[in-house]
Ligand binder design. Structure first.
Ligand SMILES: Cc1ncc(COP(=O)(O)O)c(C=O)c1O
Length: 387
């Protein structure tokens, strides 16, 4: 019997905003203190408690955090930074902003994460840092990466845009590398609209980062305009304008309280997808890193076009007819014109990442979904491919 097509659109993801966030934001709007303030401090403390990191810094984006983390380590012209080709452009663009060179490397076709063997091959005397990305919430092979970093005296800046709640060998992502950047962009596991955070155990580094987040000024707005604050400040160095505001902070505090519940639901839905897809030939799934637990930011499948007898593009179009939203995370960086023209990369350079990208489709996953939605997506795919 043919599947009845749903009339409402099953989105790829939806933010989960409740009355608690609405009340918290309205309270801030009425409070007279909109910029960086107590709500941001509370959110930072919450992320420290949650991840186990000693210090946290609320920001307007994860991208800003990655940019500052590189700047704080003095990365600049003549330096190389190792970045997986299989990631969102933010990870590598920040390297170019500082005049340094992003050195792209391949990813493991099973975990979709940066391949430590490829990192090792790419290290030169100019290498300053590595930016591992925990793709879709799947933790990278951090033991191998940290060992390489130690051996070659490199900084590890974790791009954990997808990974708040992910664990690696029993530890939450947040204080394994030298510094970690999280994102609270609208579709992330928890959101502040736009927003990000840096975490680290290194107090001296955090002092530098705080300055860099606000024009190199030695005090933030809270320290200057608050009751016990003082008007005097000094610009101690270069800096940007990346500070998180109190509206974002208040949302973050409320969302963080719900994060474990959100992630548990994501995990349950991912398990339901996994069980159903394991019976379908020609579809493979991301393998979770040994010793890791994903927070399931994204659920992806990789199709074998020949086995299924349909192209990825056609399958995506057909899923639209079933009112199912999809996406592709990610188009490897070396396939984009900018990275080809500026750095000479070309198709064929990174077979691991290309083999993932070629058949990859991101499917709907968010805590507001039910198992019947998962079933609908899988049944739609089965109907389209005729199994
Ligand atoms: C892997 C990765 N890194 C960094 C970012 C940037 O995050 P933000 O939008 O908070 O700057 C994203 C955004 O989605 C991402 O997917």
């Amino acid at each position: 019997m043919a599947l009845t097509k749903r009339e409402d659109f099953l989105a790829l993801c939806k933010p989960m905003i409740g009355d608690e966030e609405v009340t918290a934001v309205v309270d801030i709007l009425k409070s007279g203190w909109l910029t960086t303030g107590k709500a941001v401090k509370d959110f930072e403390q919450g992320v420290c408690d949650y991840t186990g990191a000693k210090h946290a810094l609320g920001l307007m984006s994860c991208t800003g955090g990655l940019h500052m983390a590189l700047a704080a380590h003095g990365v600049g012209p003549g330096d190389e930074v190792i970045v997986p080709t299989y990631t969102f452009v933010a990870t590598a663009h920040v390297v170019t902003w500082l005049g340094a060179t992003p050195v792209l490397v391949d990813s493991d076709p099973q975990t979709f994460n940066i391949d430590p063997a490829a990192i090792q091959k790419a290290i030169t005397p100019k290498t300053k840092a590595i930016i591992p990305v925990h793709i879709a919430g799947n933790p990278c092979d951090m033991d191998a990466i940290m060992a390489l970093a130690k051996q070659h005296k490199l900084v590890v800046i974790e791009d954990a845009a997808h990974a708040l709640g992910t664990t690696y060998k029993g530890r939450k992502i947040g204080a394994i590398g030298d510094v970690t950047a999280f994102s609270f962009y609208a579709i992330k596991n928890m959101t502040t609209g736009e927003g990000g955070m840096l975490t680290t155990d290194d107090e001296a580094l955090m002092t530098k980062l705080r300055r860099l987040a606000y024009f190199g000024v030695n005090k933030d707005a809270y320290d200057r305009y608050g009751k016990g604050g003082s008007w005097y400040y000094q610009v101690e160095g270069q800096g940007y304008k990346y500070n998180m505001d109190n509206i974002q902070g208040a949302m973050g505090v409320e969302q963080l309280k719900k994060l474990d519940t959100f992630n548990a639901k994501r995990t349950e839905l991912a398990a339901a997808y996994t069980k159903r897809f394991s019976e379908i030939k020609g579809i493979r799934l991301q393998e979770i890193q040994e010793g890791g637990e994903s927070c399931w930011h994204l659920f992806t499948i990789v199709i074998d076009e020949d086995t299924l007898g349909i192209t990825r593009a056609d399958l995506i179009d057909k899923l639209k007819e079933y009112n199912i939203g999809t996406s592709v995370h990610f188009i490897p960086l070396h396939l984009h014109p900018f990275y080809q023209e500026q750095y000479g990369y070309k198709e064929g350079d990174f077979p691991g990442a290309e083999s993932v990208y070629k058949g990859l489709i991101t499917l709907p996953l968010y805590p507001g979904m039910e198992e019947k939605d998962v079933e609908y997506v899988v049944e739609a795919i089965k109907e389209i491919i005729g199994v």
